[in-house]
Design a protein. Structure first.
Lengths: 803, 364
């Protein structure tokens, strides 16, 4: 059907005709800039240099040339952000709220220009940019104008982290900018942001908009460029935090690059999110859900429901319905107001999709595409359905980032959970059932940061978004997201722990009597073993190490744990995890109080041991003992009180933010305060449902080994707390590298922090590693919400309702 | 379950017939196609005469296995108007097709032979002559789908439409509440048919749905259908009074099983009339019934469809959910009165480029 079709002809055929949105204003804006851009640094545009083309993927035409950010540009941008920081941070919350409000209004006032430009730059349909991306951008700025206003009242004792470097992807260019920029500005941070090299244009327009409203120079700096520019930002020593959204591969590299740098990090990475359909679901609505899951934005969505898991009995019927629906999808020029799908962002991405589809076919999966053909002018790929896929297929494991759905079946709810979690990723999940019992049973079992019940791809500024596992860490949106840009006020600044690398291990061969005794009554050896799975286990190495007192005297021995002991301990912790994580808060509280009770009943013995190992005076040792008992009470108290939230999102329904345990947590205790340091870390971890593998104070491990029998007499289930004594840094590295340890806490020295953070990249585990000293006796510094927040991750479960 | 006898004539996009083996078509992007926009475009099939839905025995399993998720339905319904649009000559052509789908309706307590005759005159010549000429449509012999009136005015309408093929539809069977004695309702249907009504819009007893008495609903609709004889029956579900979308879906299925030729949303007298959500649920049930039995049942949204923009939204829904075959008057009607004037205004705008005024259109 062409433009000359007569009314009478169309009357018969009733085809859809072209319905183009005008690109006139967007082109005029590009012309105003002569189709070439510098960077936006310190409130001014730099002279364009080393430019490269930005293409419209639907036409393959160049839209503009933008500059490749160099080290000089990055230095200038970071310097501008640093210079702007004191006054931006010094503004009242209300003043920052006004600036964010102005940005929200600015986005709304220019919403169509932004929508059209985004569509041209990215290839996504104008319907999506107009109805989804840009409204969500405005919503994000409004919501965070609110957080800016409330910052002091709602986050007392916290301030912005400082200068933040932000690197965003090409799939939702302006929306990802909003997710990064809005909370950072609200928190009082200044920004250096780099949009993706494929899609920098709306970020540049946004910079102009910020300049128009008079946002102070240097608060927002926009640099264009490719991954090299991103790397320069990541590596810049004067950046306090990096926020990145993109592939897991790059996220891993950033984790390694920033290891030990002291930079805060939040990563929103890839996914292979399950879309689970139970046999009582509304299948016609499921089909539309799939459309919104995997054919939204051509499937170039990190949280795309790309793995369809259908209950066996309805799988064939669902597939037939899907094929019929796919036949009706319309793909075409993104600016056409009546298309469902636009273009793939770039040829390299198109080729990746083609290659993976080819591989899927080669591996024996059955591929289906609609009968119609794609336009040939640009980079288009049709909606694609794979059936006869097994979890071992490449296409079932790898993130395709295209409009390709792979379908598998399951028999039981239990199996659906197993299949859903059978992935290194953990970003999102969608589950469809008309049974509230089933939905609310399954949602907490899914290892991911977002669960949509009978819906998919719902986003809102009030609900945090972010992943579990190798989908990254940190949240964007909501109260939980704001913490990513805040840091705790520490009176008098941070001081180092002063921990030193351990001296060489003392020979375990005993050449003189260790303990007082007589020939008639020799001492009974009390060398502790390790504590694994509720049992005292001999170290695999068959070695022990001497524990020396303050004057170098031998005060005891401890097992020399090695990597196999860590392996065993992690397995024990996993075995205990399912029941412990599901135990009621009240139950966990009872156990923590019981531990406190049993510890208190042995006060003298524990205080004495502290004294013996550290040489501190009795009052001081006793003070540590008393603080440890109190701390156990603190987390006994918290165990049934660290509630989640119900977010106020704009649907008829609720978004339930649940604080879930991280999983199996590795904990390396500080050297100082052998009892209090141990209790201060283990108690919040287990109070929130984690199971732990603990390496106690390296020089003074005997308080922890004495603790075995306290645990044994306090009804702590086997495997919830596992203790491995030995070399701190070596054991920490083993735990940090372990792919089945989900989080790692390390309190020690800078080299150890670096090693932990670097090694954690293997499975992108959450780390809390610091070489900064804490006042463990202080309730503000040594306990409380910060510990609980580190021990948990927020899962947002969206539950629309209505009969 | 009956044989799938109509499937060939009404099939839209069964995967077997249109999709060659996937491997043979890969890679796709090298293929060419004359249009820039790819998407489902069905071959224009000759409009075949459909076998009437004879109904099937009451199948309670089909009723009880229905699951409709309201929030999901509303999300889909909300994007139908935002995912599709037609512009320029496409819009004009679609609106002309809409004219042929209208059941031009007057159902007021103060209806008289006078205003019904006026309505019929509009039904004969729905567009101004000059508009028809400008659009190049004089050959089409454009007329509306039907004229819809109360029983008392059936004969008036039949006389006024003599010499045309425009059928008269009567709202019989105790319209609008459907609470008069069953025998009276059956008699009213027979009387309307006797007076020349070729289509009967019946109303169901909402209480049967609200109490889950599917057998009673089935028996009632079955009896109405029998009373209709050769006249086609549209079953008005009064969706605004059925409380839930699940009930709308269940009532749709039972009405089709009982032999409805059309299922229709509303009398126009309920607090909530036609909505895209109701339409979506009913269209999906029509599709399900066709897949199960092979019979094509028509759909009629009614009440509140007053603008050209709104009627196009229902047409997008039908095209995308059921296919082009459901965009013809034997399977799709729109109950409306003011709508026609707005369509005329839009058509005049298309012809002249100026926004149009209602008072320039001959009133129905």
């Amino acid at each position: 059907m062409n433009d000359m079709s007569s009314v009478a002809e169309i009357f018969e055929s009733l085809e859809y005709g072209p319905a183009p949105e005008s690109d006139k204003d967007a082109l005029a804006w590009l012309s105003k800039h002569e189709h070439v851009f510098g960077h936006f640094i310190g409130g001014r545009w730099t002279q364009p240099a080393e430019t490269f083309d930005v293409f419209n993927p639907a036409t393959r035409e160049s839209l503009a040339r933008v500059s490749q950010g160099t080290a000089r540009d990055v230095n200038a941008a970071v310097a501008a952000a640093r210079a702007a920081l004191p006054s931006w941070r010094g503004l009242t919350p209300h003043a920052r709220a006004r600036w964010l409000y102005a940005l929200a209004r600015g986005v709304q006032k220019h919403s169509r220009l932004l929508a059209v430009l985004e569509s041209m730059d990215n290839g996504k349909s104008i319907r999506e940019t107009r109805d989804i991306d840009i409204p969500l951008v405005a919503r994000h700025f409004y919501h965070h104008a609110g957080w800016a206003q409330l910052l002091d009242a709602e986050f007392p004792g916290y301030h912005g982290v400082g200068v933040v470097g932000q690197i965003i992807p090409w799939n939702f260019p302006l929306l990802m900018l909003a997710w990064k920029v809005a909370p950072a500005l609200a928190a009082g941070c200044t920004i250096v942001i780099k949009p993706a090299e494929f899609t920098p244009l709306t970020a540049l327009l946004f910079a102009e908009l910020a300049a128009d409203i008079g946002l102070p120079p240097g608060v927002l700096n926009v640099l264009t460029g490719d991954g090299e520019t991103g790397k320069l930002i990541v590596d810049h020593p004067d950046v306090d935090k990096i926020a990145f959204t993109g592939s897991t591969e790059v996220g891993r590299a950033i984790r390694r690059a920033t290891a030990g740098s002291g930079k805060r990090l939040s990563l929103e990475l890839g996914g292979k999110s399950p879309f689970i359909v139970y046999d009582d679901a509304d299948l016609d609505s499921v089909v539309e859900g799939v459309v919104d899951a995997i054919w939204f934005n051509q499937g170039q969505v990190c949280c795309a429901g790309s793995r369809l898991l259908a209950q066996e009995g309805i799988a064939l019927k669902l597939e037939a319905k899907l094929r019929a629906r796919m036949e009706k999808l319309r793909i075409g020029p993104p600016l056409d107001k009546a298309v469902d799908m636009g273009a793939i962002v770039a040829p390299v991405q198109l080729e990746r999709i083609r290659a993976l589809v080819r591989q899927g076919v080669d591996e024996g999966a059955r591929m289906w595409q609609p009968s119609w053909a794609c336009p040939t002018e640009g980079y288009f790929y049709p909606p694609t359905l794979f059936t006869d896929v097994s979890p071992s297929s490449t296409i079932a494991q790898v993130e395709i980032f295209g409009p390709v759905l792979v379908s598998m079946t399951f028999r039981t709810p239990e199996e659906s959970v197993a299949l859903a979690n059978n992935t290194p990723y953990g970003l999102a999940a969608s589950l469809w059932t008309e049974s509230i019992n089933l939905a609310l049973d399954i949602a907490p079992q899914l290892k991911c940061g977002v669960v949509w019940v009978n819906s998919t791809n719902l986003f809102d500024a009030a609900a945090g978004f972010g992943g579990y596992r190798e989908s990254g860490f940190g949240r964007e949106g909501g109260r939980e997201g704001l913490y990513e840009y805040l840091t705790r006020d520490v009176g008098g600044g941070m001081r180092d722990t002063g921990e030193q690398p351990p001296a060489t291990r003392h020979s375990p061969v005993v050449t003189h009597p260790q303990y007082p005794g007589t020939a008639n009554s020799p001492p009974i050896d009390r060398t502790p073993k390790l504590f694994i799975g509720g049992k005292q286990a001999r170290p695999d190495s068959g070695y022990t190490r001497r524990i020396l007192g303050p004057n170098g005297e031998i005060v005891g021995e401890a097992g020399e744990g090695n990597r196999k002991d860590i392996r065993n301990a992690v397995e024990a912790a996993h075995a205990a995890y399912k029941a412990w994580s599901k135990a009621a808060g009240h139950n966990r509280a009872q156990i923590l109080y019981y531990i406190a009770e049993n510890l208190a009943s042995r006060s003298a013995e524990f205080a004495n041991r502290i004294q013996l190992m550290t040489g501190r005076d009795p009052d001081d040792a006793n003070r540590e003992l008393e603080a440890a008992v109190s701390r156990l009470f603190t987390y006994g108290a918290w165990a049934d009180k660290y509630d989640g939230a119900v977010h106020s999102v704009p649907i008829r329904g609720v978004a339930i933010a649940m604080n879930e345990p991280i999983g199996v947590l590795g904990i390396t205790c500080p050297n100082e305060l052998p009892l209090l340091g141990f209790v201060s870390l283990v108690a919040p971890a287990i109070a929130t449902g984690n199971t732990v593998v603990v390496v106690p104070s390296e020089p003074h491990p005997l308080s922890a080994t004495d603790f075995y029998s306290v645990l044994e007499t306090s009804d702590v289930p086997a495997g919830v707390v596992n203790i491995v004594t030995g070399g701190k840094d070596a054991l920490s590295t083993v735990m940090s590298e372990h792919d089945d340890v989900e989080g790692m806490w390390y309190f020690g020295r800078a080299e150890g922090v670096k090693a932990v953070e670097y090694a954690s990249a293997s499975n992108m585990k959450r780390t809390w590693a610091t070489a900064h000293a804490r006042d463990w006796f202080d309730a503000g510094d040594g306990e409380g919400r910060e510990f609980l927040r580190q021990a948990t991750q927020v899962k947002n479960i969206w539950v629309p309702y209505g009969e | 379950m009956s044989a799938k006898r109509n499937l060939e004539t009404i099939s839209t996009s069964s995967s077997n017939s249109v999709a060659p083996s996937a491997a043979a078509r890969e890679p796709r992007a090298t293929q060419t196609r004359p249009t820039l926009v790819a998407g489902a475009t069905e071959d224009i099939k000759p409009v075949s005469h459909l076998e009437r839905n004879p109904g099937v025995p009451l199948d309670l399993d089909a009723v009880r296995s229905i699951h409709v998720n309201r929030s999901a339905v509303e999300r889909r319904a909300a994007t139908i108007p935002t995912r599709r649009t037609v512009k320029k000559q496409w819009q004009a052509a679609w609106l002309l097709r809409a004219v042929t789908l209208i059941d031009l309706t007057t159902l007021a307590g103060d209806d008289t032979p006078g205003n019904v005759r006026r309505l019929c005159a509009k039904a004969r010549r729905p567009l101004r002559d000059d508009l028809e000429r400008s659009l190049g449509l004089t050959e089409l012999g454009l007329q509306v789908g039907a004229v819809c009136v109360y029983h008392a005015l059936v004969r008036t309408a039949v006389d006024a439409l003599a010499g045309t093929s425009v059928p008269v539809a009567a709202v019989s069977a105790g319209f609008p509440a459907g609470l008069s004695p069953v025998e009276q309702r059956l008699d009213e249907i027979r009387a309307s048919v006797a007076d020349g009504a070729r289509e009967i819009d019946i109303v169901i007893t909402r209480a049967h749905v609200l109490t889950g008495n599917w057998q009673a609903l089935y028996d009632e609709v079955r009896a109405f259908r029998d009373a209709c004889g050769d006249a086609h029956m549209k079953a008005i579900l009064a969706t605004g009074e059925l409380a839930t979308l699940n009930n709308v879906a269940r009532a749709s299925v039972v009405a089709m099983q009982a032999g409805a030729d059309f299922i229709k949303t509303s009398t126009g007298k309920e607090g909530i009339n036609a909505t895209l959500s109701f339409a979506l649920v009913m269209a999906r049930m029509i599709r399900e019934y066709r897949d199960q039995t092979g019979y094509a049942v028509g759909f009629k949204p009614a009440g509140g469809i007053r603008s050209a923009k709104s009627v196009l939204e229902y047409m997008y829904l039908m095209k995308d959910e059921l296919g082009d075959r459901w965009l013809r008057p034997d399977l799709f009607r729109i109950g409306a009165s003011a709508l026609l004037t707005d369509i005329e205004r839009q058509l005049e705008h298309f012809v002249t480029g100026r926004y149009a005024a209602s008072h320039r259109m001959p009133m129905p």
